[in-house]
Design a protein around this ligand. Sequence first.
Ligand code: NDP
Length: 277
Amino acid sequence: MSRFVGKVAIITGSSNGIGRATAVLLASEGAKVTITGRDSARLQESKDAILKAGVSEYDINSVTADITSSEGQDNLISSTLQKFGKIDILINNAGANIPDANGKTRTEGGIDTFLKMFQLNLQSVVEMTQKIRPHLAKTRGEIVNVSSIAAGPAAQPQGPYYSSAKAALDQYSRSAAIDLISEGIRINVVQPGFVETGFSTVARGLNAEESSKFYNTMGSLPHCIPVGFCAQPEHIASVIAFLADRKASEYIVGQTITADGGSTLVLGFHANFGQKK
Ligand code: NDP
């Protein structure tokens, strides 16, 4: 397929996980992409993955930046315009459940942790949306925000600040979608469930092996993930691409698509009814 020929996309948090898979998918279907993250070694791995998919080096703009810094945001936008001349698509994917200094992510986390969580998972999206608005208005562009099933309505005691930031992101996205659609800018949201990425390494301090074991265990529990396996980043990338493709999803505005293998439809008591014979 070549859905994104002639399009220019910025994908935040593309030095790993869902963002990397999205960058590979969009670029392999014709988009010129700006990839970014703080870790330049992992960002190079993303660039290598895109090159391996047969994309020309000229169609990749790689920017090492902290998405919570104003200079980092400005650099992403200005370098994209300088290299590719316009912007059609913004994927606000960078995010994390950041533990506090003692490795805690629950309600005992300090206000500094709370603020960091909102700065990364919400404020950076608000800032990127404001800064990119005039450029997307010119191209009638798309924004896809990556939220989480943690946004609710189920409680998230293991990550109250992270989940609150994602819930706020969802409501911001709905509101901004209606505000900006008159300028031709379309905003939608993807809410992933469990996805095998670096997320648990950050949130739970797991090493690669522990993280893989954790995802495999969750995938084997039908009352956690009914579809029977944990998502790979590509499962989410394909939903993001659908929402970033105006031809495919033009009439979807301000909506949230949940891609979680059924996780949000099961309740704890389902586990006690046993398996179907
Ligand atoms: P990963 O940890 O694999 O990737 C996170 C990406 O975000 C990395 O590229 C990381 O880059 C980037 N990032 C984090 N903080 C910053 C920062 N301050 N500045 C710039 N980039 C930053 O996790 P996922 O791929 O899973 O996460 C992608 C999105 O998906 C997140 O928004 C997450 O909340 C969401 N999500 C993930 C789920 C999962 O189970 N994996 C479930 C639901 C939602 P670097 O470290 O190089 O800065």
